[in-house]
Design a protein around this ligand. Structure first.
Ligand code: IPM
Ligand code: SF4
Length: 460
């Protein structure tokens, strides 16, 4: 039978299949952070079950971490407690932890790929919905609940139903100023936030083939926002070149042997999908959201829909917008460039290239938060920090930060924030905050103009 990329990886990880039921799937890598692991560790302790393969688990601290003075004890007591608990649990269970201050520390979905922990053909889980990010490598990666975290701790396996298969094709040439973030916001605006429910999504077509690994991660990251379990892209030379030489990537002959196998990880020509959609790259423009779910997206130059669920009155009232309104020229006081969607070096290079020689508008608070210590170091190495500082942007230390405001980085109630993160739910960036999702370029241009602006005309 012809197989999809997803089938190939899934089938090679089945330990046992229950007839007409779920599969027991072997998990290659288990990533953990401070928010969703404590209960799972407690469960193991209560049942006196040891961790089966601690060397397959890697931990980081990201959600609760402050983005200032990371060398000092964490001020917030709850956060401090949570980080301490993670440290203790990792020590007791022989798990490698890249905690606060460690050179490898960062948002779990940024640090694992950049360290070569994420590799093609793997199964990767984490108690975090945006684990879908790792699918960019041709990896089956998905978020799991806390009881499943305990299951993986105890067995390195997961009892799980095989999802249905969805393919989204985007072919053609992207217009100038259209970034991977715009591509995925466009897809979700067309398909809606439930279109992926029950599916695993493969992204195919030359737009993804021509995308960098970082762009692919941005796309796969948001698969969950259309309801899919995860998303993945077939590994190719771009993938292999990215993985090669990374700290924990296989080396020498082992790398070559694996690469030969990774090259087979492609959907067969006649393989079937349960659902398929196709889009033209030429139709995609810079995107923003105007509502309170990531599917409520429009072109930056467009206007808010007048009818149907897309003009949901509750969402528009929360956001303070009207049906039919254009958001161009809307004053914006906050921008945030960060989160596991857009906090990698290319995101900051793109923003810096636009910002260079300009200054942010006086009304704007512009927050830049790298996804990891390694990204932060790279920003310094390339001198991007100078560009940001001269333009009046605030550059902080790595972490999830204002993506979900579990630390001090909150957007005040009623304020708009053009944010490169992935969720615009009510109160997501702080109680009463109003999030407009966009690309790093849109966020940068907004900071300079002090309002949403059609920057595509200003690109040279
Ligand atoms: C805290 C964590 C469980 C959560 C998730 O699963 O995604 C968070 O990372 C988020 O982005 O909302
Ligand atoms: S950056 Fe945001 S979306 Fe990503 S893991 Fe952290 S909180 Fe979740």
């Amino acid at each position: 039978m012809k197989k999809t990329l997803f089938d190939k990886i899934w089938d090679s990880h089945i330990v046992e299949s229950i007839p007409d039921g779920p599969d027991i799937l072997y998990i290659d890598k288990h990533l953990i952070h401070e928010v969703t692991s404590p209960q799972a560790f407690n469960e193991l302790k209560e049942r006196d079950v040891p961790l089966f393969r601690p060397e397959q688990t890697v931990a980081t601290a990201d959600h609760n971490t402050p983005t200032e003075n990371q060398h000092l004890p964490v001020k917030d007591l709850l956060s401090r407690k949570q980080l301490k608990e993670l440290t203790q649990n990792c020590e007791e269970n022989n798990i490698t932890l890249y905690g606060l201050g460690h050179p490898y520390n960062g948002i779990v979905h940024v640090m694992a790929p950049e360290l070569g922990i994420t590799q093609p053909g793997m199964t990767i889980v984490c108690g975090d919905s945006h684990t879908s990010t790792h699918g960019a490598f041709g990896t089956i990666a998905f978020g799991i609940g806390t009881s499943q975290v305990a299951q993986v701790f105890a067995s390195q396996c997961l009892l799980v139903e095989k999802p249905k298969k969805l393919r989204v094709n985007v072919n053609g040439k992207l217009k100038k100023g259209v970034l991977p973030k715009d591509v995925i916001l466009y897809i979700i605006s067309k398909l809606g936030t439930n279109s992926g429910t029950g599916y695993f999504c493969e992204y195919a077509g030359d737009v993804f083939e021509n995308m960098s690994m970082e762009g692919r991660m941005t796309v796969c990251n948001m698969s969950i926002e259309m309801g899919a379990r995860g998303g993945l892209i077939a590994p190719d030379d771009t993938t292999f070149d990215y993985v090669e030489g990374k700290e924990f990537a296989p080396k020498g002959e082992e790398f070559e042997n694996l690469k030969a196998y990774w090259k087979t990880l492609k959907t067969d020509k006649e393989a079937e999908f349960d659902q398929e959609y196709s889009f033209d790259a030429e139709d995609i423009e810079p995107m923003i959201t105007y509502g309170t779910n990531p599917g409520m997206g429009i072109k930056l130059s467009g206007s808010i829909p007048v009818e149907g669920t897309k003009s949901d009155a509750k969402a528009l009232s929360y956001m303070g917008f009207q049906p039919g309104e254009s958001l161009l020229e809307k004053p914006i006081n906050y921008i945030f460039i960060g989160s596991c969607t857009n906090s990698r070096i290319e995101d900051f290079r793109t923003a810096a290239a636009y910002i260079k020689g300009k200054r942010k508008a006086d009304n704007v608070n512009a927050l830049i938060v790298p996804g990891s210590r390694q990204v932060a170091a790279q920003i310094q190495e390339e001198g991007l920090n100078l560009i940001f500082e001269e333009a009046g942007f605030t550059l902080r230390q790595p972490g999830c930060s204002a993506c979900l405001a579990m630390n001090d980085d909150k957007i005040p109630a009623g304020e708009y924030c053009v944010s490169t993160s992935n969720r615009n739910f009510e109160g997501r960036q702080g109680q009463g905050s109003r999030t407009i999702l966009a690309s790093p370029l849109t966020a940068a241009a907004t900071a300079i103009a002090g309002k949403l602006t059609d920057y595509t005309k200003m690109l040279n």
